[in-house]
Ligand binder design. Structure first.
Ligand SMILES: [Mg+2]
Length: 252
């Protein structure tokens, strides 16, 4: 038998907002910071608008470091103070920063059905990998606290999800890209680099921030949209040529 016929199906999962939710942590922290600036006499709605815009801009200079979100929150406060010609207060800066930092110490909740979906895939004989990007210590904490790390053959934390990162992960598990899948919520981070590495991809829309939002149009070739995480095992089983060929349900 050729290596291709023997190669296992490898499924590479994203973490943030695919297996666990982080956006509620940001939303909660942002609302706490907003209450702090409002208590200091700043227009909360204007602050929030500016904070969101600043945070997207700061990705280019600060990437996904833990400093970015708290910095954006403080910078938005400072910019509003500057525009209204009043000095920013140190105590407000500090309270805004502390409110923002809660994002990195709170445990994100698992997406409903995450455990069941991973269990079903393992029963299908699939090799599971977790590829998550961001600050190493924060991601390590999220993986450890998620309670699902032991479901994966490999867990890798990277600064950026490149096609090479997907390729190496698949190869490390004895797979080949054509039999492998990437599952994630971000077109930019989970889907496009995986396609470039020759994998197929399942995109699950999530409530995500402005930097990751995907203007919904036609999906690229090789991408299937799943409504929820629970649909992933069926989608993969239906398309998995290494097991048996089955007609793809119309819903997919
Ligand atoms: Mg994600």
């Amino acid at each position: 038998m050729s290596r291709s016929a023997n190669a296992p199906t490898v499924v590479v999962f994203d973490g943030d907002d695919t297996l666990w939710t982080t956006e509620p942590l940001y939303d909660e922290a942002r609302q706490r910071a907003r209450r702090e600036v409002a208590a200091a006499g700043v227009d909360g709605a204007e602050w929030e608008r500016l904070e969101r815009a600043t945070d997207v801009k700061n990705v280019t200079v600060m990437g996904f470091s833990v400093e970015r979100f708290p910095t954006s929150c403080v910078q938005a406060y400072e910019a509003i103070c500057a525009a209204s010609d009043r000095p920013p207060r140190d105590d407000v800066r500090e309270r805004v920063r502390n409110a923002a930092l809660a994002v990195f110490t709170s445990d994100p909740p698992l997406i409903p059905g995450a455990m069941a979906a991973l269990g079903a895939l393992r029963r299908q004989g699939v090799q599971l990998a977790l590829l998550t990007k961001g600050d190493f210590a924060v991601q390590q904490m999220r993986v450890a606290h998620s309670g699902i790390a032991d479901r994966f053959e490999t867990v890798r934390i990277v600064m950026d999800k490149t096609p090479a990162a997907f390729g190496e992960l698949v190869e490390g598990l004895g797979g080949i890209p054509a039999h492998s899948w990437s599952v994630g919520n971000s077109m930019r981070s989970d889907i496009l680099p995986a396609l470039a590495a020759g994998l197929r991809a399942i995109w699950i829309e999530a409530h995500v921030w402005e930097h990751e939002r995907f203007a919904h149009g036609a999906l690229p070739a090789g991408v299937i949209e799943a409504r929820t995480l629970q649909d992933v095992p069926d989608v993969i089983c239906a398309h998995d040529t290494s097991h048996r060929r089955r007609r793809v349900p119309a819903a997919f």
